[in-house]
Design a protein around this ligand. Structure first.
Ligand SMILES: *Cc1c(COP(=O)(O)O)cnc(C)c1O
Length: 392
């Protein structure tokens, strides 16, 4: 008889043999960008808690207040008994923050993409998707059963050429706003022009843009100074907002449609009012203290300068700073040595990025000090140069 565990064992062994095996490590947040790992103080350069709002006093106080008012769990889906005033307040705030008519909160950003894309598109529709889009967009496209056309990364000439092959079709152009493994920004004005010219919906995933880019952290539309947002702004509450959940912002018709059609919204218990309250207050903090966004943006500039001073030519407009190493084993070895030195910087490998393009991926926080970033850049420079003498 076939051994029912054999396939699983073989797969795990394959991952281990190819330096692709992943494990969890328990980390204890301490303060700012400091974490404790097995009792050791470390500086994390891999958190998405960009503005340190998960630990902000006013955010925590408001979450506690909501805990005392509503209890822990919401007890039902939004359409049954799980819809509190806190949930509706958050949606009003999100819509106002993103300058759209309305917003809808989902349980995670991952579900927001799955539920929205599969509600908007169906068999015989077509979705144009950037080759480097996030896994949740890819999975949403698959779930929709629409035809999926992949265009070259952020290449609007390639996108337009491909769009022209589908005259009269209904569908969607979808892209990350800030690409999560490379930290570059979508050419949104051009993407929207193409969407409008050929009559497709436009959707942008602002997971790493909200709270990060644009003068006051409002994301890609603010970054480009656009008068009108794309049709669908999707985002997460779990990164710069420091809490949990995902969202979609757009016009009232879109949001009403999703309330009625998005299965990931309809068939799941709504988020705890505790995290909903935290998100509400986090947005208020960003709106009233835009200098925390500025602090993050200044840290990016400073860190890139420090890297360049250590012979690493990397530069980023966002809080994501990748350093391509190539070889999976080398990237892993450098990441381990940095860990020994007290810097938590992960090696990102296949299947998150293509094979042979393994990289160190730094993410910055407003809470990092100049000295911490200076020291990290120095350690990275030394290790990268000794592992890859040709790197520059
Ligand atoms: C993190 C991320 C998501 C998923 O958001 P979660 O709230 O963590 O589920 C979606 N899209 C992109 C681009 C992301 O980086």
């Amino acid at each position: 008889m076939e051994n029912k565990w054999r396939k699983i064992e073989e797969e795990l062994n394959f991952l281990k043999d190819h330096n692709l095996y992943r494990t969890l490590k328990p980390i204890e947040p301490v303060c700012g960008a400091h974490v404790k790992f097995h009792g050791r103080d470390m500086i994390t350069l891999s958190s998405n808690n960009y503005l340190n709002l998960s630990n902000h006093d006013a955010v925590k106080e408001f979450a506690k207040k909501s805990l005392n008012m509503y209890g822990v769990g919401s007890g039902g889906s939004r359409l049954t008994t799980g819809n509190t005033e806190m949930h509706e307040m958050l949606e009003k705030r999100l819509a106002s923050f993103k300058h759209t008519e309305a917003a809808l909160v989902f349980n995670t950003g991952y579900v927001a993409n799955l539920a929205t894309i599969s509600a908007l598109c169906e068999k015989n529709n077509v979705i144009f998707s950037d080759e480097w889009n996030h896994a949740s967009i890819i999975d949403g496209c698959r779930m929709s059963k629409a035809d999926v056309v992949i265009y070259k990364h952020n290449n609007m000439v390639d996108l337009e050429k491909k769009v022209q092959h589908y005259p009269g079709k209904r569908g969607l152009l979808v892209s990350d706003a800030v690409f999560s493994m490379d930290g570059d920004i979508v050419n949104l004005p051009e993407l929207m022009r193409i969407a409008d010219t050929y009559g497709f919906l436009s959707m942008i995933d602002e997971a790493h843009a909200t709270g990060v880019i644009g003068k006051t952290g409002r994301g890609t539309a603010e970054y480009y100074g656009l008068k009108k947002p794309p049709d669908i702004f999707m985002g997460t509450l779990s990164k710069a907002i420091g809490s949990e959940g995902g969202f979609v912002c757009g016009n009232t018709e879109l949001i009403e449609y999703l309330k009625n059609k998005a299965r990931g919204f309809i068939f799941s218990t709504s988020l705890s009012p505790v995290v909903i309250a935290a998100s509400c207050m986090a947005i208020e903090v960003i709106e009233t203290n835009p200098e925390i966004v500025k602090q993050l943006q200044e840290n990016v500039k400073w860190f890139c300068q420090c890297l360049q001073g250590n012979g690493i030519k990397t530069c980023s407009q966002t809080a994501i700073v990748p350093m391509i190493i190539g070889d999976e084993r080398k990237a892993l070895a450098i990441s381990r040595e940095l860990f020994e030195k007290g810097f938590d910087i992960p090696a990102i490998r296949y299947p998150t990025v293509p094979k042979g393009s393994a990289r160190l991926r730094v993410t910055l926080m407003s809470a990092h000090t100049k000295k911490e970033l200076h020291d990290a850049a120095e350690a990275i420079g030394r290790l990268v140069h000794s592992a890859c003498p040709s790197a520059s």
